[in-house]
Design a protein around this ligand. Sequence first.
Ligand SMILES: [Zn+2]
Length: 204
Amino acid sequence: MEPALCNNCHRTTDIEVRESINVALDPELKARVKDGSLFVWECPYCGRRNLAVYQTLYHDPDARLMVWLLPGEAEPPAQVADAVKELEGYTLRLVREVGELVEKVNIHDAGLEDTILEMVKWVTRRELEAKNPEAAGAALKFMRLDGADHEMVFAFPLNGQMQLINVGFNVYEDARGILQRNPSVRPAEGFARVDKDWIEQFFR
Ligand SMILES: [Zn+2]
């Protein structure tokens, strides 16, 4: 348990904090990560539902996926880099927000690679921006694959509302080709951030 501050009434409550989430040991936790409910707590004083902010390690051993949620600008301790060298064939990711963790799990569940999806998002942001300058730099989140053609569905905020956009799977295949031709475009060793800032190091 850790004290948490309510956003509404500013009173403090002890909330349950999970330092790790192993979805092989606790399969029902995966659904609660994906719908975000695992990170929501209700204030006993005023009823406000708040988002819990704490660090946790999401581990799916069957999928060989570890996503470390480290809120804010915190960096992982140096000794972790050595510990994860043992983990052959794992995808190791570092994220700052619950929404990013959920997206990583959704990407993995869809059988896609997040590096390629960041390239897809980069292309899609440019197309959105060309149609509507207010969409410049839109924070696109992958939601799911849709229909027989496996269109990629992304959500993004625009003028205070959530919008959805479908992107053809051919864009994913093109992006995969671009990354294959550019082997220097790859994540850092160990727990790596793969996000908008990452792809923009390589493509401007
Ligand atoms: Zn409250």
